[in-house]
Design a protein around this ligand. Structure first.
Ligand SMILES: Cc1ncc(COP(=O)(O)O)c(C=O)c1O
Length: 364
């Protein structure tokens, strides 16, 4: 219970503080370890692409200058990549920032925001902050967003529906035919927001993404990030793609220089580095497959993943496993904050990191 002598805004009191994964530096210092591997935050284990590193070096010399407020170059580059108009692209300081902006721009007090749970926690906190009502429905038994339940729970007060696709922390995706049926059935007063932070890892043939649906004329907002597949989590670049009209209110709210100069250059260079992105995709697929096999051999249940992480049922208190791995310098993500004490989320590392994880688990 928060003492409210300082008169915090009421909606802020209801928000639980975000608990980030432990940082590598923190664990090194606490446990006096030389090497620490973080398999907890779904970062790209290859590090930034060499082209991005070069672009970062070059951009540093201009860091006394404000960035282009509209990030025009990056918007144009993304527009060319996805065959949309640059005015249909809005950039922000990470997808997190874009999610908050969308909710701040659309949700009035009492408006309902629908999504399934467990999922990315920002939908809930940003909705509460605006005085909106988060309506959380359970995922299906196979841990995917329950589109039917979402449809049945739409009311006059529903403003936004978030679909985290693929979903964090479960790694699952909805099938695109069901998604299309769902989007078609949603009434006009509701905007569907597709959070596609991990979409670059999806490799199903003919799989339709939010951008495809948008180009087909459906009224949706798609949110993406450079933090995962493009390996720039530390620089904070996220973006939304939607009609210019739907982006207008978000633009009015966004801080003027949301995307910094270095981040813009690094993002553009990474998009150009297709050797890097292909190498990462292939490595992630191969490592995901073998890590899943090894974890299954250890008696854990590992769910199908369309991402760069695995959702794992360890069938005992996950804290014991988390603590034991931490002592050896391996950080994973327990799913306790989502209410799942026996589950963990493990990011796919390099072969060396994954081998180390498995070898350490075998000793337990
Ligand atoms: C589903 C989902 N959406 C959004 C984000 C936020 O990404 P960013 O680093 O761009 O803020 C994350 C980060 O973990 C995520 O998992």
């Amino acid at each position: 219970m928060i003492r409210n002598e300082m008169r915090w805004r009421k909606s802020v009191q209801e928000i639980a503080p975000y608990v980030p994964g432990k940082s590598i530096e923190e664990v090194k210092e606490e446990l006096k370890l030389e090497a620490v591997h973080r398999l907890a935050s779904n970062e790209n284990p290859l590090g930034p692409s060499l082209k991005a590193q070069e672009a970062i070096q070059n951009a540093m010399t201009s860091s006394h200058l404000y960035p282009d407020a509209s990030a025009k170059k990056l918007r144009q580059r993304l527009a060319t990549l996805y065959h949309v108009h640059p005015d249909e692209v809005l950039t922000g300081n990470g997808a997190d920032n874009v999610i908050s902006l969308v909710i701040s721009a659309y949700v009035n007090e009492g408006d309902e925001v629908l999504y399934c749970s467990p999922t990315f926690p920002a939908y809930r906190s940003a909705t509460l902050l605006m005085g909106g009502k988060p309506v959380e429905l359970p995922l299906t038994v196979d841990w995917t967003f329950d589109l039917e339940a979402l449809k049945q729970n739409i009311t006059e007060r529903t403003k936004l529906i978030f679909i985290c696709n693929p979903n964090n922390p479960t790694g699952t995706i909805v099938d695109s035919e069901s998604l299309e049926q769902f989007i078609k059935a949603v009434p006009k007063h509701v905007t569907v927001v597709l959070d596609e932070a991990y979409i670059e890892y999806v490799h199903k043939e003919n799989y339709k993404t939010g951008i495809d649906f948008f180009k087909d004329g459906y009224p949706i907002i798609t949110i993406r990030t450079f933090s995962k597949f493009y390996s720039l989590a530390g620089l904070r670049v996220g973006y939304a793609i939607a009609s210019e009209e739907r982006l207008q209110p978000i633009l009015r709210l966004r801080e003027p220089f949301a995307c910094n100069r270095i981040a813009i250059e690094a993002a553009m260079a990474t998009l150009d580095d297709t050797d890097f992105t292909k190498r990462h995709f292939d490595m992630n697929e191969a490592e995901k497959h073998s890590l899943k096999e090894e974890l299954t051999k250890l008696g854990f249940t590992v769910y199908p993943s369309s991402t760069n992480f695995l959702f794992v049922h360890v069938k005992r208190d996950a804290k014991v496993i988390f603590d034991a791995l931490l002592q050896k310098g391996i950080i994973i993500r327990p799913c306790k904050p989502w209410g799942y004490d026996e589950y963990v989320r493990i990011s796919i590392g390099t072969k060396e990191q994954n081998d180390l994880l498995i070898d350490t688990l075998k000793t337990m």
